[in-house]
Design a protein around this ligand. Structure first.
Ligand SMILES: [Zn+2]
Length: 87
């Protein structure tokens, strides 16, 4: 699929590591959600697209994640497996 921003087909896939949090000083004490999504990056204009994994998406939708950093992500992953029955 061509880039939705510039129409280029010069795109490639990458694996990202990022923490998601709400902007603004009023949210500075809210927990963050670490995600490691697969990104499709347009190599002409820099537009990037990714999908937030379902477990992290649910946490963000609830108003905050329980994970504070990469070490806590394992707890989140294990908690999610227990909840979903995933292997
Ligand atoms: Zn583009």
């Amino acid at each position: 699929m061509p880039c939705t921003s510039c129409g280029s087909v010069n795109q490639d896939k990458f694996i990202g590591e990022m923490d998601l949090h709400r902007p603004g000083l009023k949210n500075i004490h809210e927990p963050i959600a670490w995600v490691f999504p697969e990104l499709v990056v347009c190599l002409d204009c820099g537009t990037a697209k990714f999908v937030v994994p379902e477990a992290e998406l649910r946490l963000l939708a609830k108003g905050g994640a329980t994970a504070y950093g990469p070490g806590k992500r394992l707890e989140l992953a294990n908690q999610t497996k227990e909840q979903t029955g995933a292997a």
